[in-house]
Design a protein around this ligand. Structure first.
Ligand SMILES: Cc1cc2nc3c(=O)[nH]c(=O)nc-3n(C[C@H](O)[C@H](O)[C@H](O)COP(=O)(O)O)c2cc1C
Length: 160
């Protein structure tokens, strides 16, 4: 049976909840992308021009460090990658994670939570980062209370 990793970054807990639900449905392993320097409330304030998150997202080359603790990414065929949408796409720490491992031959399935933005721009961006040897699915935005049934329906639409 193919092995599934459900990786996620969550600054305020919303994406974590969804990741846990996906993990249950997929019978996968959960992997939290933990920032080396945790985000404070001030860091996340997008109304402040030079808040940490705004500065990171304005700089395409920004790669905030995470605590690297997964040595066994090679074991997985399918890797869900979950995140809150920040400024229309995945937070830069997701890019750090994607560049830290070799995903060649694997399938990445992006999912997000957000105030309304969909996952499309992030999925495109992720595709550009991981390169051509990786299949990146369309992905999906899920609500904070995404149910098991909703996740199963989405997965059935993906054909697996
Ligand atoms: C810095 C920052 C930027 C955000 N940008 C967007 C955005 O562009 N579009 C959107 O719909 N929501 C945006 N949001 C809202 C988050 O995506 C949303 O609250 C998300 O569910 C939080 O997930 P978390 O609790 O897992 O961190 C932003 C939030 C923050 C902190």
């Amino acid at each position: 049976m193919s092995k599934v990793l459900v990786s996620f970054f969550s600054a305020t807990g919303t994406t974590r909840k969804v990741a846990e639900e996906i993990c249950k449905v997929e019978n996968g392993d959960l992997y939290e992308i933990v920032p080396e320097i945790p985000y404070t409330k001030q860091d996340l304030d997008y109304t402040v021009k030079d808040s940490r998150s705004n500065l990171e997202m304005a700089d395409e080359s920004s790669r905030p460090a995470f605590v690297k603790k997964c040595d066994s990414i090679a074991d997985y065929d399918t890797v869900f990658v979950g995140f809150p949408v920040w400024w229309g796409r995945e937070p830069s720490i997701i890019d750090t994670f994607l560049e830290a491992y070799d995903f060649s031959g694997k399938t990445i399935i992006p999912f997000c939570t957000s105030g309304g933005s969909d996952v499309k721009k992030a999925a495109q961006h992720i595709k550009g980062i991981v390169g051509e040897n990786v299949t990146v699915e369309e992905g999906k935005r899920l609500g904070p209370d995404a149910t098991e049934e909703e996740i199963r329906t989405w997965k059935n639409l993906l054909g697996d």
